[in-house]
Ligand binder design. Structure first.
Ligand code: FES
Length: 254
C-alpha cells in the first residue's frame, strides 16, 4: 500500500500510523508524548499533520501518532495550517515550561522560540505528556497519576505521598522527555518519588544494578527464575562469550 507524504510516495504497512510511516521514510514529524514501546495517548498534539482521504471535500488535522494509514492517503506535515496549529501547541507547552531544553528544541522546529502566553507559575519542567504514567502503568505499578485541574495539573503519587506501589524501576524518569522527574542513583541506593531503594549488585563484578524491590517484583510477576538477576548485562554477555570460547568466569560471592 502507498500513501503520499508531502508529495513523496511512501510504501506503508497496514498497521502503520502516519508517524511510523513518515519516520521510516525519513520524514521528520516532531513528537513529545509518543514512544514506540507504549500505547499512544495523543496527549501533546505536537505531531499534528493534515490528511486527505479519497471522497473527502477538505483536509483534516489529526495527530500523526494516532492516525492509521489508508490507501491513497495524502499527508501534509508542514503546511501553513499545520505549522500554525503546531506553533500554538508548542507555545502553550512553553508557557508551562519556558526554560525546558526539549521544548526549546521543538520550538525551533516551528521557528518560534518564545511563548506569547503568560507562564504558568511554578510549573517546573513537566509538560504533562503522560509518558511517565503510561510507562508506570505498563510496568503494572500505577504508582503515579495526574492530579489537579487546569494550570494546577501535575504528576504525582496518590495524595502526594511516597507511593507504596513504586518499585524504584526508574522507568518514569528515564522516559521523561523533559528530564523533570528526579532520580538519584548511588552505588548502594536509588531514590525516586521520595522513596529510597536498596540496590542489587552483580555477583560477578559487583556493579550496582536495579533496586531489590524491582527484582522481587519482576521475579514474582513475570515468572522469572529466582536467580535471573544475579549478574549485570555486561557479565552475562562476557560469560556467554567465554562459554563459547571454552573458558570460565570467576564469581565473587558476598
Ligand atoms: S506525539 Fe502525537 S500527540 Fe503527542
Amino acid at each position: 500500500m502507498f500513501i503520499r507524504i508531502d508529495g513523496k510516495q511512501v510504501e506503508v504497512k497496514k498497521w502503520d500510523t502516519v508517524l511510523s510511516a513518515a519516520r521510516r521514510a525519513g520524514i521528520q514529524i516532531p513528537s513529545l508524548c509518543y514512544h514506540p514501546a507504549l500505547e499512544t495517548a495523543g496527549a501533546c498534539r505536537v505531531c499534528i499533520v493534515e490528511v486527505f482521504e479519497k471522497g473527502w471535500s477538505e483536509r483534516k488535522q489529526v495527530t500523526a501518532c494516532e492516525y492509521k494509514v489508508q490507501p491513497d492517503l495524502e499527508v501534509y506535515t508542514r503546511s501553513e495550517s499545520v505549522l500554525k496549529t503546531r506553533r500554538t501547541t508548542i507555545d502553550l507547552l512553553m508557557a508551562r515550561a519556558p526554560q525546558n531544553a526539549a521544548l526549546q528544541a521543538l520550538s525551533k522546529n516551528v521557528e518560534y522560540p518564545q511563548t506569547i502566553y503568560p507562564p504558568v507559575a511554578d510549573a517546573g519542567d513537566c509538560v504533562l505528556c503522560l509518558l511517565c504514567t503510561r510507562a508506570c502503568e505498563q510496568m503494572g505499578c500505577n504508582a503515579i497519576s495526574v492530579s489537579g485541574r487546569g494550570d494546577t495539573r501535575k504528576i504525582e503519587p496518590p495524595y502526594g505521598a511516597n507511593p507504596d506501589a513504586c518499585i524504584g524501576c526508574g522507568a518514569c524518569a528515564r522516559i521523561c522527555p523533559t528530564g523533570c522527574i528526579a532520580l538519584t542513583e548511588t552505588p548502594a541506593t536509588i531514590t525516586i518519588w521520595g522513596k529510597v531503594f536498596e540496590r542489587l549488585h552483580c555477583v560477578t563484578c559487583g556493579a550496582p544494578m536495579m533496586s531489590i524491590a524491582y527484582r522481587d517484583y519482576a521475579v514474582a510477576n513475570r515468572e522469572l527464575p529466582e536467580d535471573y538477576y544475579t549478574q549485570c548485562q555486561e557479565c552475562k554477555r562476557k560469560e556467554v562469550t567465554a562459554r563459547f570460547a571454552g573458558l570460565s568466569m570467576k564469581v565473587h560471592h558476598g
